[in-house]
Design a protein around this ligand. Structure first.
Ligand code: ZN
Length: 208
């Protein structure tokens, strides 16, 4: 699925979707009446003229995967703009009701045909733009499958050594992520699948 948030850090592709599309919230998503600019606790917000709805902001959350097999990194080559032709780590955007570990596992399967399971969170990127994006990167355990591109969003996929990556057209964020993974001194935030507190079962929990 869409992984173009990788592109925010690439050259000057720093435009957010809102800036590209010129989108500003105009109507209340609860009652449909017009929104107005209003000072809410010292910050200018878009707020409904008829009900209590306040548009707090535009946020998006991306997830990305670092899958390593025998010292080689799983990369996909973007078939679509932005970033067409660049190699990146697999990833995408979270869905409303899908746990993020399932999202990133699904994206790795969809984009690269590889089964991998979440191990830990190894990196995070924050981009407070007109859509405030948080990108969470996971170290994942390779399980099975030979890389095969989906043919739509990515047109090539494979495991590559650091040496091979040096001469490839790899996105700078992906280079950063690979460096973070290979230089890591700790395991990062490891997924807690069996929390000691019954009330937390089913929560997505990652801890030191
Ligand atoms: Zn309203």
């Amino acid at each position: 699925m869409r992984n173009w948030l990788v592109w925010y850090s690439e050259e000057d592709v720093n435009l957010t979707y809102t800036e590209v599309a010129g989108v500003e919230a105009k109507f209340c998503m609860v009652c449909g009446h017009a929104l107005e600019n209003r000072d809410v606790d010292g910050t200018l917000r878009r707020a409904c003229t008829q009900c209590s709805f306040v548009h707090w902001g535009n946020y998006s959350i991306g997830v990305g995967a670092l899958v390593v097999r025998e010292g080689k990194v799983l990369l996909v080559r973007r078939a679509q703009e932005p970033g067409k032709g660049y190699w990146t780590n697999p990833g995408g955007y979270i869905e409303q009701l899908e746990p993020i570990q399932e999202t990133v596992e699904r994206e790795v399967m969809e984009e690269a045909g590889v089964e991998a399971t979440v191990q830990s969170i190894i990196a995070l990127r924050d981009l407070p733009r007109s859509i405030h994006n948080v990108y969470i990167a996971f170290a994942m355990d390779y399980v099975s499958g030979e890389p095969r591109p989906d043919g739509v969003e990515v047109d090539d996929a494979g495991f590559f050594s650091l040496q091979e990556m040096e001469t490839m057209n790899v996105a700078s964020f992906t280079r950063w992520l690979v460096d973070a993974g290979f230089q890591a001194q700790t395991a990062g935030l490891t997924m807690d699948r069996e929390p000691a507190w019954e009330q937390l079962k089913g929560h997505g929990l990652f801890r030191m």
